[in-house]
Design a protein around this ligand. Structure first.
Ligand SMILES: Cc1cc2nc3c(=O)[nH]c(=O)nc-3n(C[C@H](O)[C@H](O)[C@H](O)COP(=O)(O)OP(=O)(O)OC[C@H]3O[C@@H](n4cnc5c(N)ncnc54)[C@H](O)[C@@H]3O)c2cc1C
Length: 316
Protein backbone atom coordinates (compact mmCIF):
# COMPACT_ATOMS: atom_id res chain seq x y z
CA UNK A 1 0.00 0.00 0.00
CA UNK A 2 1.34 3.43 -0.97
CA UNK A 3 0.77 6.21 1.52
CA UNK A 4 0.78 9.65 -0.08
CA UNK A 5 0.84 12.96 1.76
CA UNK A 6 -0.05 16.08 -0.23
CA UNK A 7 0.74 19.55 1.04
CA UNK A 8 -2.25 21.86 0.59
CA UNK A 9 -1.62 25.15 -1.17
CA UNK A 10 -3.98 27.81 0.10
CA UNK A 11 -4.35 31.55 0.43
CA UNK A 12 -6.74 33.66 2.48
CA UNK A 13 -8.74 30.66 3.62
CA UNK A 14 -9.25 29.18 0.15
CA UNK A 15 -7.70 25.98 -1.13
CA UNK A 16 -5.83 26.35 -4.40
CA UNK A 17 -6.99 24.15 -7.28
CA UNK A 18 -3.43 22.78 -7.50
CA UNK A 19 -4.13 20.62 -4.44
CA UNK A 20 -6.93 18.76 -6.26
CA UNK A 21 -4.53 18.20 -9.16
CA UNK A 22 -1.99 16.64 -6.79
CA UNK A 23 -4.73 14.32 -5.50
CA UNK A 24 -5.46 13.33 -9.09
CA UNK A 25 -1.76 12.54 -9.60
CA UNK A 26 -1.66 10.56 -6.33
CA UNK A 27 -4.64 8.47 -7.43
CA UNK A 28 -2.73 7.37 -10.52
CA UNK A 29 -0.03 5.85 -8.27
CA UNK A 30 -2.47 3.02 -7.53
CA UNK A 31 -3.08 1.01 -4.34
CA UNK A 32 -2.92 4.26 -2.46
CA UNK A 33 -4.05 5.97 0.71
CA UNK A 34 -4.14 9.75 0.23
CA UNK A 35 -3.83 12.30 3.00
CA UNK A 36 -3.57 16.09 2.82
CA UNK A 37 -1.48 18.25 5.15
CA UNK A 38 -2.91 21.67 5.98
CA UNK A 39 -0.55 24.11 7.67
CA UNK A 40 -2.25 27.31 8.75
CA UNK A 41 -2.94 29.67 11.63
CA UNK A 42 -6.69 29.33 11.10
CA UNK A 43 -7.08 26.08 9.20
CA UNK A 44 -10.82 25.27 9.53
CA UNK A 45 -12.07 26.48 6.14
CA UNK A 46 -9.12 25.09 4.16
CA UNK A 47 -9.22 21.76 6.02
CA UNK A 48 -12.94 21.44 5.25
CA UNK A 49 -12.28 22.11 1.54
CA UNK A 50 -9.45 19.55 1.51
CA UNK A 51 -11.63 16.98 3.29
CA UNK A 52 -14.24 17.33 0.54
CA UNK A 53 -11.78 16.42 -2.23
CA UNK A 54 -12.72 13.06 -3.75
CA UNK A 55 -10.24 10.33 -2.90
CA UNK A 56 -8.75 11.96 0.20
CA UNK A 57 -8.89 9.71 3.27
CA UNK A 58 -7.59 12.05 5.95
CA UNK A 59 -6.64 15.69 6.42
CA UNK A 60 -3.87 16.31 8.91
CA UNK A 61 -3.84 19.82 10.29
CA UNK A 62 -0.92 21.65 11.87
CA UNK A 63 -2.40 24.76 13.43
CA UNK A 64 0.21 27.29 14.55
CA UNK A 65 0.36 31.10 14.42
CA UNK A 66 3.72 30.77 12.59
CA UNK A 67 1.86 29.08 9.71
CA UNK A 68 -0.21 32.17 8.91
CA UNK A 69 1.94 32.79 5.82
CA UNK A 70 3.28 30.07 3.54
CA UNK A 71 6.95 30.66 4.33
CA UNK A 72 8.92 27.74 2.92
CA UNK A 73 11.61 28.04 5.59
CA UNK A 74 8.98 27.74 8.34
CA UNK A 75 6.76 25.07 6.78
CA UNK A 76 9.56 22.78 5.55
CA UNK A 77 10.74 21.42 8.94
CA UNK A 78 7.15 20.74 10.00
CA UNK A 79 6.40 18.89 6.77
CA UNK A 80 9.64 16.94 7.00
CA UNK A 81 8.62 15.79 10.49
CA UNK A 82 5.08 14.96 9.36
CA UNK A 83 6.21 13.10 6.24
CA UNK A 84 7.88 10.24 8.08
CA UNK A 85 5.99 7.01 7.44
CA UNK A 86 4.67 8.04 4.04
CA UNK A 87 5.86 6.56 0.75
CA UNK A 88 5.30 9.80 -1.20
CA UNK A 89 5.15 13.51 -0.39
CA UNK A 90 3.64 15.59 -3.21
CA UNK A 91 3.24 19.33 -3.75
CA UNK A 92 2.26 21.38 -6.80
CA UNK A 93 4.90 22.73 -9.17
CA UNK A 94 3.52 26.23 -8.66
CA UNK A 95 5.66 29.04 -7.22
CA UNK A 96 4.56 27.82 -3.77
CA UNK A 97 5.59 24.20 -4.35
CA UNK A 98 8.82 25.06 -6.15
CA UNK A 99 9.81 27.10 -3.12
CA UNK A 100 8.78 24.59 -0.48
CA UNK A 101 9.38 21.07 -1.74
CA UNK A 102 13.15 21.18 -2.37
CA UNK A 103 13.64 22.35 1.23
CA UNK A 104 11.56 19.45 2.55
CA UNK A 105 13.47 17.00 0.34
CA UNK A 106 16.78 18.36 1.64
CA UNK A 107 15.64 18.04 5.26
CA UNK A 108 14.61 14.44 4.59
CA UNK A 109 17.95 13.77 2.90
CA UNK A 110 16.43 12.75 -0.43
CA UNK A 111 16.41 14.21 -3.94
CA UNK A 112 13.32 15.88 -5.35
CA UNK A 113 11.63 14.81 -8.59
CA UNK A 114 10.28 17.89 -10.37
CA UNK A 115 7.24 18.31 -12.57
CA UNK A 116 5.60 14.86 -12.59
CA UNK A 117 3.59 14.63 -15.83
CA UNK A 118 2.41 11.07 -15.40
CA UNK A 119 2.86 8.05 -13.19
CA UNK A 120 4.02 4.78 -14.77
CA UNK A 121 4.47 2.85 -11.53
CA UNK A 122 4.61 3.87 -7.85
CA UNK A 123 8.30 4.71 -8.20
CA UNK A 124 8.46 5.48 -11.94
CA UNK A 125 7.39 8.81 -13.38
CA UNK A 126 7.56 10.84 -16.59
CA UNK A 127 8.72 14.44 -16.47
CA UNK A 128 9.76 17.08 -19.03
CA UNK A 129 13.34 18.27 -19.54
CA UNK A 130 15.01 20.78 -21.88
CA UNK A 131 12.01 23.10 -21.83
CA UNK A 132 9.69 20.17 -22.60
CA UNK A 133 11.66 19.23 -25.71
CA UNK A 134 12.20 15.80 -24.24
CA UNK A 135 10.31 13.68 -21.76
CA UNK A 136 12.31 11.40 -19.46
CA UNK A 137 11.19 8.46 -17.39
CA UNK A 138 12.75 8.50 -13.94
CA UNK A 139 12.89 5.77 -11.33
CA UNK A 140 13.01 6.71 -7.64
CA UNK A 141 14.92 4.56 -5.13
CA UNK A 142 12.71 2.03 -3.33
CA UNK A 143 14.13 2.53 0.15
CA UNK A 144 13.19 6.17 0.72
CA UNK A 145 10.27 8.57 0.53
CA UNK A 146 9.52 10.07 -2.91
CA UNK A 147 9.38 13.87 -2.69
CA UNK A 148 8.02 15.37 -5.89
CA UNK A 149 6.27 18.33 -7.44
CA UNK A 150 3.28 17.75 -9.71
CA UNK A 151 2.99 19.58 -13.03
CA UNK A 152 -0.36 21.32 -12.65
CA UNK A 153 -1.02 21.51 -16.39
CA UNK A 154 -0.84 17.70 -16.67
CA UNK A 155 -3.63 16.76 -14.24
CA UNK A 156 -7.30 17.64 -13.89
CA UNK A 157 -8.36 18.40 -10.31
CA UNK A 158 -10.46 15.73 -8.59
CA UNK A 159 -14.06 16.62 -7.85
CA UNK A 160 -15.70 17.25 -4.49
CA UNK A 161 -18.10 15.15 -2.46
CA UNK A 162 -15.48 13.54 -0.22
CA UNK A 163 -15.80 13.19 3.55
CA UNK A 164 -12.26 12.77 4.83
CA UNK A 165 -11.55 12.79 8.55
CA UNK A 166 -9.90 15.98 9.83
CA UNK A 167 -7.23 15.31 12.42
CA UNK A 168 -5.18 17.95 14.29
CA UNK A 169 -1.53 16.95 14.68
CA UNK A 170 1.48 18.33 16.46
CA UNK A 171 4.98 17.77 15.18
CA UNK A 172 8.35 18.12 16.84
CA UNK A 173 10.07 20.69 14.64
CA UNK A 174 12.38 23.56 15.43
CA UNK A 175 11.28 26.51 13.39
CA UNK A 176 13.92 28.88 12.06
CA UNK A 177 13.97 32.50 13.15
CA UNK A 178 16.05 33.76 10.23
CA UNK A 179 13.01 34.08 7.96
CA UNK A 180 9.89 36.01 8.82
CA UNK A 181 6.99 37.59 7.01
CA UNK A 182 7.24 41.35 6.45
CA UNK A 183 4.64 42.22 3.85
CA UNK A 184 3.03 41.09 0.64
CA UNK A 185 2.97 43.13 -2.55
CA UNK A 186 0.72 41.86 -5.29
CA UNK A 187 -0.86 43.52 -8.25
CA UNK A 188 -4.61 43.81 -7.71
CA UNK A 189 -6.66 42.69 -10.67
CA UNK A 190 -10.28 41.84 -11.38
CA UNK A 191 -9.18 39.70 -14.31
CA UNK A 192 -9.14 35.91 -14.04
CA UNK A 193 -6.07 34.31 -12.49
CA UNK A 194 -3.48 33.49 -15.16
CA UNK A 195 -2.70 30.03 -13.82
CA UNK A 196 -6.31 28.80 -13.80
CA UNK A 197 -8.01 30.92 -16.51
CA UNK A 198 -9.71 29.17 -19.40
CA UNK A 199 -8.78 32.02 -21.77
CA UNK A 200 -5.47 33.89 -21.83
CA UNK A 201 -4.35 36.80 -24.01
CA UNK A 202 -0.58 37.18 -24.00
CA UNK A 203 1.68 39.91 -25.38
CA UNK A 204 5.31 39.95 -26.43
CA UNK A 205 8.14 42.34 -27.17
CA UNK A 206 6.22 43.65 -30.18
CA UNK A 207 3.89 45.60 -27.86
CA UNK A 208 6.90 47.89 -27.35
CA UNK A 209 5.67 49.70 -24.21
CA UNK A 210 3.61 49.33 -21.04
CA UNK A 211 1.11 51.83 -22.50
CA UNK A 212 0.60 49.63 -25.55
CA UNK A 213 -0.17 46.70 -23.26
CA UNK A 214 -3.46 48.54 -22.55
CA UNK A 215 -4.57 47.35 -26.01
CA UNK A 216 -4.15 43.81 -24.81
CA UNK A 217 -5.91 44.45 -21.49
CA UNK A 218 -8.93 45.82 -23.37
CA UNK A 219 -9.05 42.73 -25.59
CA UNK A 220 -8.69 40.46 -22.54
CA UNK A 221 -11.54 42.28 -20.79
CA UNK A 222 -13.76 41.92 -23.85
CA UNK A 223 -13.03 38.18 -23.84
CA UNK A 224 -13.15 37.65 -20.06
CA UNK A 225 -9.56 36.45 -20.31
CA UNK A 226 -6.48 36.56 -18.10
CA UNK A 227 -3.40 38.43 -19.32
CA UNK A 228 0.02 36.87 -19.89
CA UNK A 229 3.32 38.02 -21.32
CA UNK A 230 6.54 36.74 -22.81
CA UNK A 231 9.74 37.09 -20.86
CA UNK A 232 10.97 39.72 -23.31
CA UNK A 233 7.91 41.84 -22.50
CA UNK A 234 8.41 41.34 -18.75
CA UNK A 235 12.15 42.05 -18.88
CA UNK A 236 11.48 45.25 -20.82
CA UNK A 237 9.04 46.38 -18.11
CA UNK A 238 5.96 46.28 -20.34
CA UNK A 239 4.20 43.74 -18.10
CA UNK A 240 4.41 42.62 -14.47
CA UNK A 241 6.65 39.73 -13.52
CA UNK A 242 3.80 37.50 -12.37
CA UNK A 243 2.33 37.58 -15.88
CA UNK A 244 5.27 35.75 -17.45
CA UNK A 245 4.36 32.54 -19.25
CA UNK A 246 6.97 29.90 -20.00
CA UNK A 247 9.83 27.88 -18.66
CA UNK A 248 10.80 30.45 -16.04
CA UNK A 249 7.27 31.79 -15.69
CA UNK A 250 3.88 30.11 -15.37
CA UNK A 251 3.00 26.80 -17.00
CA UNK A 252 -0.62 27.09 -18.06
CA UNK A 253 -3.24 24.97 -19.81
CA UNK A 254 -6.10 27.26 -20.92
CA UNK A 255 -8.78 26.32 -23.43
CA UNK A 256 -7.72 29.31 -25.55
CA UNK A 257 -4.33 31.03 -25.72
CA UNK A 258 -3.97 34.17 -27.86
CA UNK A 259 -0.32 35.09 -28.53
CA UNK A 260 0.13 38.66 -29.77
CA UNK A 261 3.55 39.65 -31.14
CA UNK A 262 5.24 36.64 -29.56
CA UNK A 263 7.83 34.83 -31.70
CA UNK A 264 7.32 31.38 -30.15
CA UNK A 265 10.71 30.72 -28.54
CA UNK A 266 10.92 27.23 -27.09
CA UNK A 267 11.10 28.61 -23.54
CA UNK A 268 7.77 30.36 -24.11
CA UNK A 269 6.12 27.38 -25.79
CA UNK A 270 6.92 25.12 -22.85
CA UNK A 271 4.48 27.22 -20.82
CA UNK A 272 1.57 26.65 -23.22
CA UNK A 273 2.20 23.07 -24.32
CA UNK A 274 -1.14 21.95 -22.87
CA UNK A 275 -3.24 24.88 -24.19
CA UNK A 276 -6.22 23.48 -26.13
CA UNK A 277 -6.37 26.10 -28.94
CA UNK A 278 -3.60 28.57 -29.78
CA UNK A 279 -4.27 31.70 -31.83
CA UNK A 280 -1.22 33.70 -32.95
CA UNK A 281 -0.93 37.17 -34.40
CA UNK A 282 2.49 37.99 -35.84
CA UNK A 283 3.64 40.12 -38.74
CA UNK A 284 6.33 37.57 -39.65
CA UNK A 285 4.77 34.60 -41.43
CA UNK A 286 7.91 32.56 -40.63
CA UNK A 287 7.62 33.08 -36.85
CA UNK A 288 7.93 29.74 -34.99
CA UNK A 289 4.69 30.42 -33.10
CA UNK A 290 2.81 29.53 -36.30
CA UNK A 291 4.19 25.97 -36.07
CA UNK A 292 2.14 25.37 -32.93
CA UNK A 293 -0.78 27.75 -33.60
CA UNK A 294 -4.18 26.31 -34.51
CA UNK A 295 -5.19 29.66 -35.99
CA UNK A 296 -2.64 32.16 -37.30
CA UNK A 297 -3.12 35.75 -38.40
CA UNK A 298 -0.20 37.30 -40.27
CA UNK A 299 -0.31 41.03 -39.79
CA UNK A 300 0.29 44.04 -37.57
CA UNK A 301 -1.14 43.49 -34.10
CA UNK A 302 -1.74 47.22 -33.70
CA UNK A 303 -4.33 46.95 -36.47
CA UNK A 304 -5.65 43.47 -35.70
CA UNK A 305 -6.14 43.73 -31.92
CA UNK A 306 -8.50 46.76 -31.86
CA UNK A 307 -10.48 45.18 -34.69
CA UNK A 308 -10.73 41.87 -32.78
CA UNK A 309 -11.90 43.74 -29.69
CA UNK A 310 -14.52 45.62 -31.71
CA UNK A 311 -15.85 42.40 -33.28
CA UNK A 312 -16.03 40.61 -29.91
CA UNK A 313 -17.88 43.48 -28.24
CA UNK A 314 -20.25 43.79 -31.22
CA UNK A 315 -21.03 40.05 -31.09
CA UNK A 316 -22.16 40.23 -27.45
C1 LIG B 1 16.87 30.00 -19.59
C2 LIG B 1 15.84 30.80 -20.34
C3 LIG B 1 14.55 30.85 -19.85
C4 LIG B 1 13.58 31.58 -20.52
N1 LIG B 1 12.31 31.59 -20.04
C5 LIG B 1 11.34 32.21 -20.74
C6 LIG B 1 9.98 32.18 -20.31
O1 LIG B 1 9.64 31.65 -19.25
N2 LIG B 1 9.05 32.81 -21.07
C7 LIG B 1 9.36 33.44 -22.25
O2 LIG B 1 8.47 33.98 -22.89
N3 LIG B 1 10.66 33.49 -22.66
C8 LIG B 1 11.64 32.91 -21.93
N4 LIG B 1 12.92 33.00 -22.37
C9 LIG B 1 13.24 33.94 -23.46
C10 LIG B 1 12.94 33.39 -24.84
O3 LIG B 1 14.08 32.68 -25.32
C11 LIG B 1 12.64 34.54 -25.82
O4 LIG B 1 13.71 35.45 -25.83
C12 LIG B 1 11.35 35.29 -25.50
O5 LIG B 1 10.27 34.39 -25.33
C13 LIG B 1 11.04 36.22 -26.66
O6 LIG B 1 9.92 37.00 -26.35
P1 LIG B 1 9.03 37.60 -27.53
O7 LIG B 1 8.48 36.50 -28.36
O8 LIG B 1 8.09 38.54 -26.89
O9 LIG B 1 10.08 38.49 -28.33
P2 LIG B 1 10.73 38.29 -29.75
O10 LIG B 1 11.37 36.96 -29.86
O11 LIG B 1 11.56 39.49 -30.00
O12 LIG B 1 9.50 38.27 -30.75
C14 LIG B 1 8.71 39.37 -31.03
C15 LIG B 1 7.76 38.95 -32.16
O13 LIG B 1 6.87 39.99 -32.43
C16 LIG B 1 6.65 40.05 -33.83
N5 LIG B 1 6.21 41.42 -34.13
C17 LIG B 1 6.94 42.57 -34.07
N6 LIG B 1 6.16 43.65 -34.33
C18 LIG B 1 4.92 43.16 -34.54
C19 LIG B 1 3.67 43.75 -34.83
N7 LIG B 1 3.52 45.09 -34.95
N8 LIG B 1 2.58 42.95 -35.02
C20 LIG B 1 2.69 41.61 -34.91
N9 LIG B 1 3.86 40.98 -34.62
C21 LIG B 1 4.95 41.74 -34.44
C22 LIG B 1 8.00 39.71 -34.45
O14 LIG B 1 7.81 39.23 -35.77
C23 LIG B 1 8.49 38.63 -33.47
O15 LIG B 1 8.10 37.33 -33.91
C24 LIG B 1 13.91 32.29 -21.70
C25 LIG B 1 15.22 32.23 -22.19
C26 LIG B 1 16.16 31.49 -21.52
C27 LIG B 1 17.56 31.44 -22.07
Amino acid sequence: MNKVLIVAEHFQGRLNVSTGKCVSCAQSIGDVEIEVAVLAAEPAAVAAEAAALAGVQRVRVIERPENAEALAAVWAPQLAALARGYTHLLGPSTTFGKDLMPRVAALLGVGQISDLMSVEAPLRFRRPVYASNAIVTVQAPADQIVVATVRSASFQPVGGGGHAAIEPVQVEATLPTHTRFISRTAAKSDRPDLQTATRVVSGGRALASAENFQLLYRLADAMGAAVGASRAAVDAGYAANELQVGQTGKIIAPELYVALGISGAIQHLTGIKDARTIVAVNKDSEAPIFEVADIGLVGDLFQIVPELERLIRAAR
